[in-house]
Design a protein around this ligand. Structure first.
Ligand code: FAD
Ligand code: NA7
Length: 468
């Protein structure tokens, strides 16, 4: 009987899984019967963002945490598909840090070229899963959000690709209930225009805090204060930006910090991260993890230890994104079809432990980048995913982090070289700090001459930095 594969979620990870099977089919393989369920009306996951917050038109939690004026926070050269380059999609070099709509266009381009949309049932949410040990079959109950009709589907293999940056972690702070200004989580942030002239408090010290804080700066916030739990980010911030240890309590619009300082604020943005949440899975199949590079209980970061018919994609914290999801999807595909034979439970456990021990000893961000490069290397080496120079990408990630250290407002103006095509990115026509239109149209069809290069530094082809 043909293998039946269910995929939950058609974000970049679910799309990678579809593409992995399609790639095998084009190489002459018989592929399983595939059904992908996506609760939104389009694919793209986080990249398919909207103005909505809270609940969507069907009363479902809004998935995407992305917002207006979101520009890639890492170089696009670190996430490029090896089987579908940026050059192929755009037909010319583009900059290294494109806005959301441009990257969304890119991932859609590959999926459309692969003709895999036919496998996806949109507006369909996964509600409940059970597993029969005897028949080794999953029963997945899904709901058609347009009609409210539920149906059961039987699968031999189930892929969870629902992402883990959607359900916010919302801690309590004494007195915050009486804070008179706006309080929101980053998940509900849609744009910083309204923070112009305001004093803004951001709680958290990771990607969301940094990006929303600097976007608020760009949109004219009067001051930005970051409040950290573990450690300050330590960037060379603009002069209206400070970092303080964690808020101890609020009194009206005053926030008190652990170092005894305090400040008056107009708005608070909780950039306190996200929870892994799988309400459609029973607890014994549900991943419990913080946002880490190697969640436990997943062999090669993908295969559920207690049930090797269950797969998770994209469950890691991410230096790599789209190309790592590819590596995972290709690996999961080959495990499903038997192309890759799984070792014993004990051997898999030992492998997981090896990664967890290495993770526990990671000294810094550079080592984290190497860690994820090595992880991805193992996946790619086990499959026929077109290989690429992971050491070069690791170096690129380190260069990127170095650029952030030296210029937090300017790192997105740097250009990097593709390890897939060798193409050096073009400089964008407008510096990030001055780019107030993040549309695809403006990005691609803005002035052809550089209008705003200033003292922009450029990473030259051999990796050195030059000013012009
Ligand atoms: P998601 O993109 O989250 O997609 C999951 C999909 O599953 C969604 O379409 C969702 O609707 C669907 N789904 C969820 N639950 C169900 C259900 N029960 N039934 C059916 N469908 C369901 N990465 C970068 O490379 N560069 C960036 O600049 C970048 N910026 C980011 C900024 C923000 C604010 C966030 C939150 C993330 C950012 N990321 C960035 C990381 C981003 O998460 C990944 O690029 C990528 O979107 C992860 O893909 P995914 O498919 O694993 O998950
Ligand atoms: P992250 O990277 O998971 O970071 C979460 C941050 O929130 C981190 O600094 C945490 O501090 C902080 N945090 C978590 N809980 C608390 C509490 N209770 N109090 C104070 N601070 C807390 O999430 P992001 O949203 O920044 O990024 C997620 C993705 O979105 C990422 O891929 C980006 O590309 C965009 P800690 O350092 O753990 O002490």
């Amino acid at each position: 009987m043909t293998l039946r594969v269910g995929i939950i979620g058609a974000g970049p990870s679910g799309m990678a899984q579809l593409r992995a099977f399609e790639s095998a089919r084009r190489n002459g393989a018989d592929i399983p019967e595939i059904t992908c369920f996506e609760k939104q009306s389009d694919w793209g996951g986080q990249w398919n963002s909207s103005w909505r917050t809270g609940l969507d038109q069907h009363g479902e939690p809004v998935h995407s945490s992305m917002y207006r004026h979101l520009w890639s926070n890492g170089p696009k050269e670190c996430l490029e598909f090896t089987d579908y380059s940026f050059d192929e999609h755009f037909g010319r070099p583009i900059s290294s840090f494109p806005p959301r709509e441009v990257l969304f266009d890119y991932i859609k381009g590959r999926a459309e070229k692969s003709d895999v949309r036919k496998y996806v049932q949109f507006n369909t949410v996964a509600r409940h899963t059970s597993y029969d040990e005897d028949t080794q079959e999953f029963t997945l109950t899904v709901e058609d959000l347009a009609t409210g009709t539920t149906t059961d589907h039987i699968f031999d293999k189930l892929v969870v690709a629902t992402g883990h940056f959607s359900t916010p972690t919302v801690p309590e702070f004494k007195g915050i209930n009486s804070f008179p200004g706006e309080v929101l989580h980053a998940h509900d942030f849609r744009g910083a225009e309204r923070f112009g002239g305001k004093n803004l408090l951001m709680i958290g010290s990771s990607y969301s805090a940094e990006d929303i804080g600097m976007q608020a700066h760009k949109m004219g916030a009067r001051s930005i204060t970051f409040s950290y739990r573990s450690a300050p980010m330590g960037f060379d911030w603009p002069e209206n930006t400070v970092e303080r240890p964690l808020v101890t309590h609020f009194e009206g619009s005053t926030a008190h910090f652990a170092d005894g300082t305090r400040g008056e604020f107009d708005a608070v943005v909780l950039c306190t991260g996200y929870q892994h949440k799988y309400p459609f899975l029973p607890s014994e199949m549900s991943l419990k993890s913080n946002n880490v590079l190697y969640p436990g209980n997943l062999y090669k970061g993908v295969v559920w230890q207690q049930n090797t018919n269950l797969f998770y994609l994209g469950a890691q914290d991410q230096y790599y994104t789209f190309n790592m999801f590819d590596g995972q999807a290709w690996f999961a595909r080959d495990v499903m079809t038997g192309e890759i034979e799984l070792p014993s439970l004990e051997a898999r456990d030992a492998d997981i432990q090896r990664w967890l021990e290495r993770q526990a000893a990671l000294p810094d961000h550079n080592a984290e980048a190497d860690f994820q490069s090595d992880y991805l290397r193992e996946l790619i080496e086990a499959t026929d995913y077109p290989p690429f120079d992971l050491d070069a990408v690791s170096q690129l990630l380190k260069d990127w982090m170095g650029h952030k250290e030296s210029d937090i407002l300017g790192y997105r103006d740097m250009v990097h070289r593709s390890v897939v095509t060798g193409t050096l990115a073009s400089r964008h026509h407008t510096r990030w700090l001055n780019a107030m239109d993040d549309s695809l149209e403006r990005y691609l069809n803005g002035p052809s001459q550089d209008v705003d290069t200033g003292t922009l530094a450029t990473l030259t082809g051999d990796g050195t930095v030059a000013s012009n």
